[in-house]
Design a binder for this molecule. Structure first.
Ligand code: MTE
Ligand code: MO
Length: 409
């Protein structure tokens, strides 16, 4: 299951961040996991090139996800990093600049506890473990952009990855057929978004050098943004004077919704995946001393509470756990990191059950029911478009409530 250096990393027992790793409640010696009845589907061959490792929810036992258990997504494979790697800053800047890793490491160091989730997570039957929580460290991006001086006409910041792949463009560009080009992985943000003081040029993950599969030597960490915005294998930051419509901004990672208008007609809207959404999931059911407990996670916004429903019955409050243990180190909560919760299920009679959770954020928003039908006109008969839309809506940014099935023996 582990790729390449994973086993070696595990052998070194990487955790210098002892604090967060201990944040899970102490597990009683007799604790057993009661396996879910619903299983993740096998990743089909075409998606195997993209989806690597996935989180195994039933094995969740630490607030920080160890690097070798952290999910991986790679759209164009893992690129080779040239020996003379440097980060280039160019485009609409007063001073073009470049940095090697040592120069970036000498700059001020910041850390953020941030739960990274792929916006495709739980949108597909074979992709339910596209999430993990890490302590990322690096140097803030904003002062670097400021020192380069964004020109007056610069409005968009493009983060370019080293990885590239063959992409077929259907617009025939006058050639009489589809056109195939080599496109680099890239994502952009507006200048004010890029200047957010919390964005990091990240070179460490959970206390060790950023592993290659997670974007080493350098990636963008944009707390609060879905995984796709956190560009790995970063080698160039470019400032442009217009929106950047590369594949991962304008073609992939685009959410399509049908929205009703007042005059009764519908319009289709296309939005680029950007900020995390409020979400939760039951992680596991455990038994200890004859009693059952449901444990789970909630993320995507600062969490105020979580409810649990058994067999789609009444919602019952779960208990939120402290994010960090009283470890002497910092006890601050990260608004960008998941919160764990538990629900004391007691001694339910032996049978099969469903377990559903829903999260609330500090602004009173609630995690939506799984199928977002709000945009579909219930008075018109379902059309092919509705079926297409259902898959589109539930694919990217699927933050609907998650139901698992379990048999209590
Ligand atoms: N250069 C590059 N950056 C990338 C990607 C990629 O394929 N290439 N995938 C993105 C997506 S879609 C996700 S979900 C996250 C996954 O980060 P991880 O592999 O460290 O978990 O990286 C993002 N950054
Ligand atoms: Mo992703």
């Amino acid at each position: 299951v582990l790729k390449g250096g994973g086993a070696a990393v595990a052998g070194l027992s990487v955790f210098r961040v002892a604090g967060p790793a201990r944040a899970f409640p102490a597990q009683p010696a007799d604790e057993e996991v009661v396996p879910w009845l619903d299983r993740r589907a096998d990743v089909p061959p075409p998606a195997q090139d993209v989806i690597g490792n996935q989180l195994v929810w039933e094995q969740l036992d630490s607030w920080i996800t160890p690097n070798e258990k952290f999910f991986t997504i790679k759209h164009y494979g893992n690129p080779t990093i040239p020996a003379n790697w440097r980060l280039q800053l160019d485009g609409l800047l007063h001073r073009k600049r470049s940095f090697d890793l040592a120069e970036l490491r000498r700059r001020p160091r910041r850390e953020v506890d941030f739960t990274l989730e792929c916006s495709g997570n739980t949108g597909l039957p074979f992709f339910t473990g596209g999430i993990g929580n890490a302590r990322w460290a690096g140097t803030p991006l904003a002062p670097i952009l400021q020192s380069a001086g964004v020109a007056e006409e610069g409005t968009e910041v493009v983060f370019w990855g080293l990885d590239s792949g063959q992409v077929t463009i259907n617009d025939n560009a006058g050639t009489g057929g589809p056109l195939t080009i080599t496109e680099h992985f890239a994502r952009s943000m507006t200048v004010p978004e890029a200047m957010d003081p919390r964005n990091l040029l990240c070179y460490q993950m959970n206390g060790v050098d950023l592993p290659h599969e997670h974007g080493g030597p350098l990636r963008l960490i944009a707390p609060g943004w879905y995984g796709v915005a956190n560009v790995k294998w970063l080698d160039r930051i470019e400032v442009r004077d217009g929106r950047f419509n590369g594949r991962f901004m304008a073609r992939d990672y685009v959410t399509v919704r049908r929205e009703g208008r007042e005059n009764g007609t519908n319009v289709w809207t296309f939005t680029t995946v950007s900020h995390d959404r409020l979400k939760s999931a039951p992680a596991k059911v455990t038994r200890s001393g004859g009693r059952y407990t449901i444990t789970g996670a909630a993320w995507g916004a600062p969490i105020a509470g979580v409810d649990v429903s058994i067999d789609h019955g009444p919602w019952m409050p779960a208990k939120l756990l402290d994010q960090l243990p009283p470890s002497g180190r910092s006890r601050r909560r990260s608004q960008f990191a998941w919160s764990f919760w538990t629900f004391d299920w007691g001694t339910p009679p032996a049978k099969e059950y469903t377990v559903t959770s829903r999260a609330f954020d500090v602004d009173g928003n609630v995690q939506p029911a799984p199928v977002d039908l709000a945009h579909i006109d219930p008075n018109s008969p379902p059309t092919t478009d509705d079926l297409v839309l259902a898959s589109k809506i539930t694919y990217w940014e699927s933050n609907g409530q998650i139901t698992r099935r379990v048999a209590i023996p």
